[in-house]
Write a protein that binds this ligand. Structure first.
Ligand SMILES: NC(=O)c1ccc[n+]([C@@H]2O[C@H](COP(=O)([O-])OP(=O)(O)OC[C@H]3O[C@@H](n4cnc5c(N)ncnc54)[C@H](OP(=O)(O)O)[C@@H]3O)[C@@H](O)[C@H]2O)c1
Length: 389
């Protein structure tokens, strides 16, 4: 029988790749429920018709009337975080694909794991905000958190080559983004369109800006630490502009195991949905001779301080990554809105982290409260740093 998915964030970049994987495997995968923010209800309704889903949800309740008008009769439409949580815990759903962007993913992901459902997780922000809580919860309910991020899917595969005590360190690869070689003296002038031109991946706007600041790698370092149970000092980053080696594990005998594939998200998504199996597909194959060379260089964390800030936040204590993530979300939105210069993203995150005194995060309410605190602080910082539009 097909595995029935709830696809949350269905209208985004990961959502589209997940739909492609489902279309590729009609006998194995089916979509039972779909959700998004509500900005693209036509696309959501078209997917609902194509897959014959029973339930659809939008975070933005104001989008519900337009959505209902487009859905076939009998399809239930839900709104708000409760709507997303209802889909994530639906008894007719076997596995939840968390492909929404931002900390808004936390509550549905938490609910899915609490209900014992496996989560294929693209929404790294939820693990950054509440990684300790989510991994402990998954352990209690027996649910699996299967990463979709290509780096973590690479590590998941490379870690199958040895025992946990044989692992020396994890190495995340980073493309370096569009400003890898751009002189920081000109960063004030960077326009959002330039930051949105990623050299190797086609992604949603928030993660594309995160890739330009390398905050994406900082978030991934925190994500990797929670997923694979290693402290920040045993997770490194190396810049690899071609994005073909997706990450590596170094074992204690000096052997390295790397995972390679074309830089298309269908590969890691299929891995997460097929796990523990491996399925055939007809997606594009890697041609190493055609690629010619793969290059690697050290991360310059004086120019790109995000990974260092993420590492420090993770080491500082459970509330600090939630605060870092919140400040980053607010700063990226302000940059995309033309209100904050590009380097202002680093300044905002650094100042909010400076104001924060880390504390334990006992439950979901505490994690959400730290997210709110970080956003408020970031708004205050922005009021000073932002430029008139
Ligand atoms: N794109 C990639 O290649 C990639 C790779 C690795 C990891 N990721 C991670 O995957 C996640 C999604 O990234 P993306 O690039 O696919 O983003 P995206 O293209 O911007 O799509 C975001 C999706 O989330 C929905 N959404 C936004 N806010 C929501 C909310 N509050 N509640 C429910 N749904 C909401 C959007 O709905 P609307 O269409 O209605 O706005 C859209 O469907 C991010 O966490 C990102 O870091 C992405």
């Amino acid at each position: 029988m097909s595995q029935r998915l709830a696809l949350l964030g269905a209208t985004g970049s990961i959502g589209a790749s997940a739909v492609e994987v489902v279309r590729h495997h009609p006998g194995r995968l089916a979509i039972a429920a779909l959700a998004a923010h509500g900005r693209r209800v036509e696309e959501l309704a078209a997917l609902a018709r194509e897959f014959g889903v029973a339930r659809v949800a939008v975070f933005d309740e104001a989008a519900l009337p337009a959505l209902r008008a487009l859905l076939p009769p009998g399809v239930e439409a839900l709104g708000g975080t409760e709507g997303l949580v209802a889909l994530a815990t639906d008894p007719g759903v076997d596995r939840v694909v968390a492909a929404m962007v931002g900390a808004a993913g936390l509550e549905p992901v938490h609910a899915a794991l609490a209900a014992g459902k496996d989560v294929a997780l693209a929404n790294k922000e939820s693990l950054v905000v509440a990684g300790g809580l989510l991994t402990a919860l998954a352990e209690r309910t027996g649910a699996a958190i299967l990463p979709i991020d290509s780096e973590h899917v690479a590590l998941h595969q490379a870690l199958r080559a040895g025992a946990p005590e044989e692992v020396r360190r994890l190495v995340l690869t980073a493309s370096g983004g569009p400003f890898l070689h751009r002189d920081p003296a000109s960063w004030e002038a960077i326009r959002p369109e330039e930051a949105l031109r990623h050299p190797t991946w086609k992604m949603g706007s928030k993660i594309t800006v995160d890739s330009a600041t390398l905050m994406n790698k900082g978030l991934e370092l925190i994500e990797a630490s929670h997923l694979f149970g290693l402290p920040p000092e045993r997770i490194d980053v190396v810049v690899h502009p071609q994005s073909i080696v997706h990450s590596l594990v170094e074992y204690r005998d000096g052997s390295w195991i790397a995972q390679l594939a074309c830089n298309e998200m269908v590969f890691p998504i299929q891995y997460a949905l097929a796990h523990p199996e491996r399925w055939e597909n007809t997606f594009p194959r890697l041609d190493l001779a055609a690629l010619g060379q793969l290059t690697f260089l050290a991360l310059d964390d004086r120019r790109f301080p995000s990974v260092r800030m993420a590492r420090q936040a993770l080491a500082a204590g459970p509330s600090a990554p939630a605060v870092l993530n919140a400040a980053n979300e607010v700063a990226v939105a302000a940059f995309l809105g033309g209100e904050l210069p590009f380097p202002g993203i680093f300044d905002t995150v650094a100042e909010v982290l400076d104001r924060h005194r880390p504390e334990p995060v006992a439950d979901l309410a505490a994690a959400l409260a730290w997210d709110t605190w970080g956003r408020r602080q970031a708004e205050e910082v922005l009021a000073r740093l932002a430029r008139p539009r």
